[in-house]
Every structure is written in C-alpha cells, then in structure tokens.
Design a protein around this ligand. Structure first.
Ligand code: HEC
Ligand code: HEC
Length: 360
C-alpha cells in the first residue's frame, strides 16, 4: 500500500470517527444540559448486568459543548492529555519535570477513538471496575495504579503522582466515559477481542510479507511510524511506531504476540478492519503480530522487570521465564500455545490441591 493511499484511508476513517461523534451529538438537546451519554439498554443475566459496547451508544467525544464547570474542564483536559499525551507529558517537553511518558505515542494510539471503540481497549465502564486484582503485580490496584501501569509499560515512562492535576484529569475522563454503566456489569467489547490463534508457531517470514503489504505504508519500513511534524516538536504521531526507540517498552502487553494478534485482527489495517469486519485472515494477523513483536523496543528495566513475579499468574505469551511449565522462552513468545496452556493448567491444579491439603 502506498503512503498516499494510506493517508487517504486514515483521513477517511478519521472522518468516520467524527461522524460517529456528531451522530452521538444529536442527542445533545442544546439546552445547556450535558450531552446525553450511555443511554443504552442494560441487559441483565441472573447474576450480573451486561453492557454490550457493540450496541452501547458511543459517548460524545466532542466535548466542546459541555457546560462550563470545574469538573467538565477536568474531563476536557483529561481527554486532551489522553489524545495528545506527548504535548502534555512527553519526553520532548522543555520542562523535564513533566516528562512522564517515555515515548511520543498517545494513550489513544492504542485506546482508539479516544477510548470509545469496542475491542480497541475502550475505557467505557472502566471507572467502577477498580480496585481490582492485577496479576502483573500480584496485588489489588486502584484506577490510578492501572493508568500508571500504562505510563510505565505502554508508554515506557514513569508513574505520575495520584494527586497530580494530570492524573485527576485522566480519571475524570475515564469517569465521564463510564457514565451509565452499572457497577459490576459484565462488559462485552472491553480490552481486545478474544479470538483463537492458529494452532502453530507464528511464521515470521510470512509475517514480514504481510507487514510489507498491509502495514509498512503507515508504520514504516523501520517500524518507527510517521510523526505529525518533526522529532523534537512534542506533537507525536500520525501513525504510531510499532518498534524501535520511541515505541512501547518490552514490558507492554503490545509486546506480547497474543495481545497484538487480537488487537491487530479487528483493528488493522487502520481504515479497513473493524470488530465486525476483520480485514486480515487469522493466519496473517498472527504471523504479522509475531513479526512485529520480534523487533526490540525500549527495554524493561527496574520495577517493570519484576512483572508477574508469581509465575503461576504469567500469561502464556509472556516471553520471559521462569515458567511453571518446561517450554522455552521462544515457544512462549511465538507459540504454539495450546501445549503451554495444558501444562500450566495442570501445574495450577496441582498447586491448588497442595494448598487445600495443607489447609486441612
Ligand atoms: C501501547 C498501547 C497502549 C498505550 C499507549 C496505552 N495503553 Fe492503556 N491499555 C492497553 C491495553 C492493550 C490494555 C488492556 C490490557 C488488558 O488486556 O488487560 C490497556 C489497559 C488500560 C486500562 C485498564 C482498562 C481495563 O479495562 O481494566 C486503563 C485505565 C488504561 N489502559 C489507561 C491508559 C492511559 C490513561 C494511557 C495513557 C497515559 C494508556 N492507557 C496508554 C494499551 C495501551
Ligand atoms: C492507514 C494507516 C495504517 C495501516 C495501513 C496500519 N496501521 Fe496500525 N495504526 C494506525 C494508526 C493511525 C494507529 C493509532 C490508532 C488509531 O488512531 O486508531 C495504529 C495503531 C496500531 C497499533 C497500536 C499502537 C502501537 O503503536 O503499538 C498496532 C499494534 C498496529 N497499529 C499494528 C498494525 C499492523 C500490524 C498493521 C498491518 C496489518 C497496521 N497496523 C496497519 C495506522 C495504520
């Protein structure tokens, strides 16, 4: 795909995203009241309400009509930080004390359309699911902790203080997106789409072919993406990097093949794929995900190197041992995964039995 065609696809899809926003805007009654968001029906199973983001009304993301108030200013500011992270907290800022992100990517480089797209890690409903157990750390974490996990891992940076204005603004935006979602709801469309991967190791040679034909025009021959302007201007990316010195860190979930596969399958190529109409075959998405994660990024250092210190909590595609099974790091990185899952399940069951035996 040529760059011009890629840019046209991008412009088209961006207009589409804006179209969605103005459609949602239609529910704004123009009476100065906040635009209506999340008025969708809440289905309910016996135990738990279910919110299906595929049919849930998209929260209005043009926030210019929110009535003036301190809280609404925070929400607007939170969205600005979310979509233009590098301009507020990026590594090229003159004020070193504000350099929290270690890349010029934005939160919205992954959480697409300002975190409102199903299966592109949307944050609709996220506000009330924390505190929650985080297997990476083996403990309960707050929403602020979880946001910081994306700062330290996905943005290869450092934690912003819980009481900083920037953190409060990001939390305000997540709260805004989550309005109307009942606490405890099962959310369909959160995170990535769970799709079964091909039952084999990823083929990196095929992956490179797919990359050249389907990704290179936007993300570049060197995986470094396309800057909005020029390096050093804090403006971030039109097309974010997939690897290299300004990409995520190697501790990010986007460095794991299965997360990348599930994300790419329903989201890429940009402008062509959507959750209800994947553009690549599963085989192509799997192989290209393998090719993408085969390239180095910012190393995992310090505390981020201690992730999943309990090996029983490790996802099957976490590429660093030790493991509770006997498979190599290479197999944990590129598959096949079913044999790993079977052994890990057996190891967990054994541990559970031992614990029960000890308990009485
Ligand atoms: C490189 C991609 C990437 C970037 C950049 C990124 N995230 Fe994430 N984030 C993810 C993925 C993927 C998940 C879901 C992981 C999972 O499966 O649990 C996630 C999860 C989250 C969650 C938890 C969602 C839930 O349902 O529990 C929050 C909150 C969050 N991110 C906020 C942010 C914020 C704020 C930023 C910017 C400061 C950011 N993220 C930047 C990829 C990214
Ligand atoms: C038309 C341009 C375009 C093409 C082609 C394209 N992407 Fe993207 N990609 C984007 C944009 C733009 C984003 C940021 C998300 C958004 O704005 O919706 C992105 C985000 C991503 C991300 C998450 C952010 C990151 O930097 O890690 C991954 C992973 C990704 N693309 C992989 C791929 C793969 C693999 C292909 C080929 C199968 C591909 N993309 C093809 C434009 C493109």
């Amino acid at each position: 795909m040529k760059l011009e065609r890629a840019l046209m696809a991008w412009a088209g899809a961006s207009a589409l995203a804006l179209g969605v926003a103005s459609l949602a805007q239609a529910t704004d009654k123009g009476d100065g009241a906040p635009p209506a968001v999340n008025q969708g029906a809440v289905a309910s199973t016996q135990e738990r309400p279910v919110v299906d983001l595929r049919t849930w009304p998209t929260p209005v993301i043009d926030l210019s009509k929110l009535p003036a108030s301190e809280q609404n200013r925070m929400i607007q500011w939170g969205q600005a930080i979310f979509t233009h992270t590098s301009e507020y907290l990026g590594p090229e800022l003159n004020d070193r004390s504000k350099r929290f992100a270690g890349t010029n990517m934005a939160c919205a480089s992954c959480h697409r359309v300002a975190a409102t797209l199903p299966f592109a890690a949307p944050l609709i409903g996220t506000y009330s699911v924390y505190p929650q157990f985080q297997p990476r750390f083996g403990r309960m974490v707050s929403l602020e902790n979880r946001i910081n996990l994306c700062f330290t891992h996905s943005l290869a940076g450092r934690e912003i203080p819980d009481d900083s204005k920037e953190m409060k603004a990001l939390v305000a935006y997540v709260e805004y997106l989550s309005r109307g979602v009942p606490k405890g709801a099962k959310i369909i469309g959160e995170k990535e789409m769970v799709v079964e991967e091909p039952k084999r190791a990823a083929n990196l040679v095929r992956g490179e072919e797919v990359y050249k034909n389907q990704c290179l025009a936007c993300h570049g021959a060197d995986g470094r993406g396309l800057r909005v302007g020029t390096a050093g201007d804090t403006k971030g990316y039109t097309f974010p990097p997939l690897w290299g010195p300004d990409a995520t860190s190697e501790s990010a979930s986007m460095f794991r093949i299965l997360s990348t596969f599930q994300y790419v399958y329903v989201n890429m190529p940009f402008g062509q794929a959507s959750w209800d109409r994947p553009a690549l075959s599963k085989d192509d998405a799997y192989d290209v995900a393998g090719f993408v994660v085969s390239h180095p990024r910012q190393p995992r250092e310090g505390d981020v190197g201690k992730d999943f210190s309990n090996p029983y909590d490790k996802p099957e595609d976490f590429p660093w041992g030790p493991y509770v099974d006997a498979f190599s790091e290479a197999q944990h990185k590129y598959g096949p995964f079913d044999p790993i899952r079977a052994e890990d399940a057996a190891a967990r069951a054994k541990l559970k039995k031992e614990k029960e035996a000890r308990g009485g």
